[in-house]
Design a protein around this ligand. Structure first.
Ligand SMILES: *Cc1c(COP(=O)(O)O)cnc(C)c1O
Length: 394
């Protein structure tokens, strides 16, 4: 007899519950801001990826409304059929100009961008070498290809070199890394990784989801931070869903990249184009980050302040150098307990444990934004001090 759906659901859910891995997300009852309401409580929000405060920014909302009125609620079709509106084309040119690349294409999310681009570029006989801590969407994207897949040790150029030397091929060779790693807040050593890649004629593919709007001049990204923005052998992909405040993904690089993706990337070919209001919000976000340098200044000012004060209190932030600020609590139950206690103090920050992060490194991940005031961060720090002492961490 076949397994019933009820059996499958109850078995799987019980397994997750028993392992302490069952997720039920907290619900925001107000917009995504530095201060918001979550599950009936007013909180300082350190849980979002809303680095520049764009998710509820008046200029983004105004442009979204304008595009909604002028272009409608939906794009109406897959882009190759009849869904490419003038605003999609204009927005892609805006991204390519901002990124200083030969071309750019927008897809529906960062997740589908990795599926679409890796799937379109890599073929049988190619070699792809991926950092062991790369994002789940890269891992899934690579599963769609027939290329030989290898892994190098996290942020380790010498190990990358070893893997490239041991796996020679006449096919395309691609090195894949996150720009900023989402769990530890560390930055890929792109200067060294690109140098190693070039020795072997390899292309470097950087997923800059947490670097876009955060790293480099005007938030142009980690590739810009390291000065590789004009390189044809570097592909930048990323999300429009974190710092840029909307939802979507982009791929930018070589002048012919866009044309190939239009013809081969399956999310482009088989999924309806981004809604006009989202295009409007994102176009306004790119304008705003260039028009208002204080956004980047506040983001980094807040980042430095929050990290320095956590260190002064005796917390371990794992050497993070970006606004992603992990605070280590040891094992998962301690991190989850700390997250609950912080919430009771009016601080919203999510605990992460094994298997999301290694055993013994369970943590609370805080993301500082440009929108936080000193008072917000000071309130968070005094809650951290209280909870850290109560749990014997400091
Ligand atoms: C968040 C993230 C994604 C997914 O982006 P979405 O636009 O939310 O789908 C992809 N890659 C990395 C490295 C990420 O951190």
């Amino acid at each position: 007899m076949a397994t019933s759906l009820s059996d499958r659901l109850s078995t799987e859910l019980a397994g997750l519950r028993d392992a302490g891995l069952l997720i039920s997300p907290r619900v925001l009852e107000a917009p995504q801001r530095a201060r918001t309401r979550v599950d009936g409580r007013a909180v300082v929000n350190l849980a979002s990826n809303n680095y520049l405060g764009f998710a509820d920014h008046p200029k983004l909302k105004a442009r979204a409304q304008e595009y909604l009125e002028k272009w409608g609620a939906g794009a109406g079709a897959v882009r190759t059929i009849a869904g490419t509106l003038q605003i999609h084309e204009d927005f892609e040119r805006q991204i390519a100009a901002f990124k200083h690349t030969g071309s750019a294409l927008v897809l529906h999310s960062g997740f589908t961008t990795n599926q679409g681009v890796l799937g379109a570029l890599l073929q049988e006989g190619d070699l792809v070498v991926s950092d062991e801590l790369n994002h789940a969407s890269i891992i899934d994207g690579l599963r769609l290809t027939k290329a030989t897949r290898k892994v190098f040790r996290h942020a380790d150029p010498a190990d990358l070199e070893r893997v490239l030397r041991e796996n020679p091929t006449d096919g395309l060779v691609m090195v894949v890394t996150d720009g900023v790693f989402s769990m530890d807040g560390d930055v890929a050593p792109l200067d060294e990784l690109v140098a190693v890649a070039r020795k072997f004629g390899a292309v470097t593919y950087v997923d800059d989801a947490h670097g876009s709007g955060v790293m480099g001049p005007q938030g142009s990204g980690t590739v810009h931070h390291f000065g590789f923005e004009y390189a044809d052998d570097v592909i930048q992909v990323g999300t429009l869903s974190k710092a840029w405040g909307g939802v979507g993904g982009y791929a930018a690089g070589h002048g012919d990249l866009r044309q190939l993706l239009i013809n081969r990337a399956r999310p482009y070919l088989f999924s309806t184009a981004m809604a006009p209001a989202t295009v409007g919000a994102l176009a306004a976000a790119l304008d705003e980050v260039q028009a208002d340098p204080s956004l980047m200044e506040r983001l980094w000012d807040n980042t430095r302040f929050f990290k320095a004060e956590l260190h002064r209190l005796g917390f371990d932030t794992m050497g993070s150098v970006t606004p992603i600020t992990p605070v280590v609590f040891g094992e998962a139950p301690a991190a989850f307990e700390a997250s609950r206690r912080l919430f009771d103090e009016g601080i919203f920050a999510v605990g992460l444990g094994f298997p999301t992060v290694p055993r013994g490194k369970a943590r609370i991940r805080n993301i500082v934004t440009a929108e936080h005031t000193r008072a917000d961060l000071e309130q968070a720090l005094s809650a951290y001090e209280k909870v850290g002492r109560a749990l014997g961490i400091i």
